[in-house]
Ligand binder design. Sequence first.
Ligand code: SF4
Length: 386
Amino acid sequence: MDKAAEEPEQQALFGWADTEPGQTPPQAFRDSPQARRMLDVREVYAEPAALDSPRGRQIMARLPDARVTEVPSHWNIPALHGNDGNIGRWVRIKTETLVLGVKHSLATRPNGRSADWIAPGPSNGCAMACAYCYVPRRKGFANPITLFTNIEAIVAHVRRHVRAQGPKTEPNQCDPEAWVYDIGENGDCSVDALVSDNTADLIAAFRGLPTAKASFATKFVNPDLLALDPQGRTRVRFSVMPADDARLLDIRTSPVDERIAAAADFVDAGYEVHFNLSPVVLRPGWQRDWADLLTHLDDVLPARVKAQAAAEVIMLTHNQALHEVNLGWHPRAEDVLWQPEAQETKRSQNGALNVRYSLEIKQQSLARVRQLIATHAPWLRVRYAF
Ligand code: SF4
């Protein structure tokens, strides 16, 4: 039997293989009951300028029954932000509440690890509730999605920044040819796309920027993204981890198997698809379970996905404040996330006490993950391990 005949032919997850690029799929996923389980917006807190903007009006037109409260700033909404009193209801807050704001400081920051640049994101906050998430560090764990409605300004800023760089002349770990811009540092662009076209607008902008590429990590499979025709200028990084870890830690996300099963559809729709092996959480049996996950990737992904895939490997980091919050709603997660005997603490510039595996343990573990990849998924190039 030749190699091609042995290749697994992954079933298209959504059965839209025949959808032409740019065509709207038969029914928008965001109108489906599954989408509403993730986001069923009943309450909107909005800055007046955000409500008045074209994007704000477009979002609100789809939410005719939502109660609207005007707020002076998306940064400080006492009923939503902080952790006190919200622990018991933050999944509800994340499901039913949306914040609309205007992003005033538009800055692109250098990164050099996962991406060359961190673009000003079109949102912050998230409807999902991963127990290790660093996104809530500034607004508190309950923070729902804040969408920035001045998307034209964000896109114009990014376009100017890309053009100012000129072509990338030296390949690096981010990409051999394109300047890579992370557009989803503080949220999940796939979930944002359930309620706004901000993600679509950024993908469309990068389609016209041949020297650059958008990139975002996601834990949610949103089939509506398949119709956005990225023409290779957007990299989706599906985060994966062993299923037992995900069930415990990745609260409200798409199951890991679904993220993996979506990869071929996304490649066929014109995305570059990479994988974030993250976070790697050290606990009894972790090596066996990562080996199983890598074997699964090798078994189910077709050659066309493997040929373009690459991975980031990111060891868990945690922090004391989040540890204490998690003890109030999901203490079982802390059994694996909080391991003082293996972790060291470091006070960050903003005063937070961050926790990460000690250097020696981290280096040994990263070397082990690389070995497991070489053994079970040798086609998976490691772009960056940290
Ligand atoms: S999906 Fe990402 S942004 Fe959302 S809660 Fe999980 S780690 Fe945080």
